[in-house]
Design a protein around this ligand. Structure first.
Ligand SMILES: Cc1cc2nc3c(=O)[nH]c(=O)nc-3n(C[C@H](O)[C@H](O)[C@H](O)COP(=O)(O)O)c2cc1C
Length: 486
């Protein structure tokens, strides 16, 4: 990894070199940006042991102008991005991650980015008439997408009008002209809130869109770092070293000095364009066509032979559903502990629900009401409230990440008239395909909390589970190693 004395430039190529040595990269040549890159990426992530993909020799574009996808979709790649070694197993990664988000958040204040005057991102600068975002191989990811989305694994840098706080968020970016892109920020997201303040003040909204960097950049800009904490500081805390940034010529916004491509410009009052449809993270084109603010691009900065970091959503498992499941599970685990829930054994935000719709917590029950407390907090804590349609609580003998075990607990440890609580008018989303049937105009949705634990008052007389004891299991495993018994 890069360790420049003046800070970490968030260089994608340093990470790529490390992954190449570990055999974690597949090179693909000759795939068309029009659908073929998207289809290969979608299919790749669904096969066991899939590697990250680096597309080159893209028809119609200069050799070396590349697109990358599937960067975060394995424990080994994800742990290396998070600087937690190269964990081959999912459980190993989850163990290493425990407690880390709280530590990173606490440390963020000590890692303000450092400004430098040079960096690979400044190797080429398009200004004025030269600006041409269509020169880059922006993929048409899915057959029914409304256009080419150059920003999927991107990080959008914006500044708060009042406090100057720098936010970095992943918001999708569609190309709508040679010097224009749209920015789709969902209401409530930090970039959306900052944009609204500029609009109210009648001022143009400055934006810098980072289209490729060390994948840590987009991993963190794509998760909920708290309001008024800059993701650049948070990334610094993960690295144990500040991020090195340069500042844009027209907005003054900071961006990583080792970034691949950066689009810099402004959203002007009232300027919007048709955006979408786009294949979304729950596996549907649910959002349809909407209007989104336009960014008028005044500068494009890029490295020689730049790489677009792609991270297309789609039917789970998709490009980033694994990383979301891991990151959100760790954050929810911390949130429950901080809210005072004792004996939390594990949390899993399932990929099938886009790491949003279906979350499971396992606890060791200590008192009457413990399971309901855990379930309602999982459903409504700050990091969990958005879209948490099903929150399920299971006992400690159930692995919350194992869908089959969770469904077994649900089938055998619930009494429907007692164990299903419904919360009405909670936070929903238009990306939920069922939003067409939401009973309210605003995205207000109901949520279900399922207590799939053995009833606390009957714990001692609840029927015993039929399975070999640990001693018996160890014995047969040892005697018949060739069978590779679980
Ligand atoms: C690949 C990817 C694409 C995303 N696309 C969008 C998007 O288009 N619009 C949006 O509002 N959020 C999108 N998100 C979710 C946000 O990035 C996420 O909620 C993040 O916390 C937003 O940053 P903020 O908390 O600073 O607002 C996406 C996340 C990922 C990982």
């Amino acid at each position: 990894m890069s360790t420049a004395p003046e800070g970490n430039p968030l260089d994608l190529r340093a990470w790529l070199a490390q992954m190449r040595e570990l055999g974690e990269i597949d090179d693909v040549t000759g795939a068309d940006a029009q659908l073929e890159i998207g289809a290969i990426s979608q299919l790749n992530v669904k096969r066991a042991g899939s590697r990250a993909l680096l597309f080159d020799e893209i028809p119609g574009y200069p050799q070396g102008w590349r697109v990358m996808s599937c960067s975060t979709s394995s424990p080994r790649r994800l742990s290396s991005i998070l600087r937690l070694g190269t964990e081959g197993s999912h459980q190993g990664l989850v163990q290493k991650l425990r407690g880390k988000p709280a530590q990173w958040l606490a440390g963020a204040k000590d890692f303000a980015p450092v400004t430098v005057s040079h960096g690979p991102v400044l190797e080429n600068i398009q200004r004025g008439e030269q600006v041409n975002v269509q020169a880059f191989p922006a993929p048409l990811w899915n057959e029914k997408d409304g256009g080419r989305f150059i920003g999927t694994g991107c990080s959008v840098v914006t500044r708060d009008l009042e406090s100057g706080w720098i936010n970095v968020g992943t918001y999708r970016v569609q190309v709508v002209g040679s010097d224009r892109v749209t920015l789709m920020m969902i209401p409530g997201k930090h970039g959306h809130i900052q944009h609204a303040k500029y609009i109210e003040a009648g001022k143009p909204f400055p934006v810098a869109i980072v289209l490729g960097a060390d994948p840590l950049n987009y991993l963190i800009s794509g998760i909920e770092v708290p309001f008024e904490v800059s993701e650049f500081n948070y990334i610094g805390a993960i690295l144990g070293q500040p991020v090195s940034v340069v500042h844009g010529e027209v907005t003054g916004l900071p961006f990583p000095s080792g970034a691949e491509i950066v689009l810099e410009g402004f959203c002007h009052q009232g300027e919007a364009a048709a955006e979408g449809p786009f294949g979304e993270f729950l596996g549907y084109y649910a959002g349809g066509v909407g209007q989104a603010p336009v960014v008028r691009i005044e500068r494009i900065y890029h490295r020689h032979q730049p790489i677009i970091m792609g991270s297309p959503p789609g039917k789970p498992p998709n490009d980033y559903s694994y990383s979301k499941a891991v990151m959100r599970s760790a954050i929810l685990f911390n949130a429950l502990v901080q809210a005072g829930v004792p004996e939390v054994q594990g949390v899993w935000a399932h990929e099938v629900g886009g790491a949003r719709l279906m979350n499971v917590v396992s606890i060791r029950q200590r008192y009457a009401g413990h399971a309901r407390q855990a379930g309602h907090l999982l459903s409504q804590c700050g990091a969990g409230a958005y879209m948490s349609k099903y929150s399920i609580v299971v006992d400690e003998d159930i692995d919350p990440a194992n869908l089959s075990e969770v469904m077994w607990a649900l089938a055998t440890r619930t009494e429907p008239s007692e164990d299903f609580d419904i919360i009405r008018r909670g936070m929903g989303s238009k990306t939920d395909p069922m939003s067409i049937a939401y009973p309210h105009a605003a995205p207000l949705a109901s949520k279900m909390v399922i207590d799939a634990c053995k009833p606390f008052e009957h714990l001692t007389r609840f029927p015993q589970v039929v399975e070999p004891s640990r001693e018996l299991r160890d014995r047969v495993r040892e005697k018949w190693p060739g069978l590779q018994l679980p």
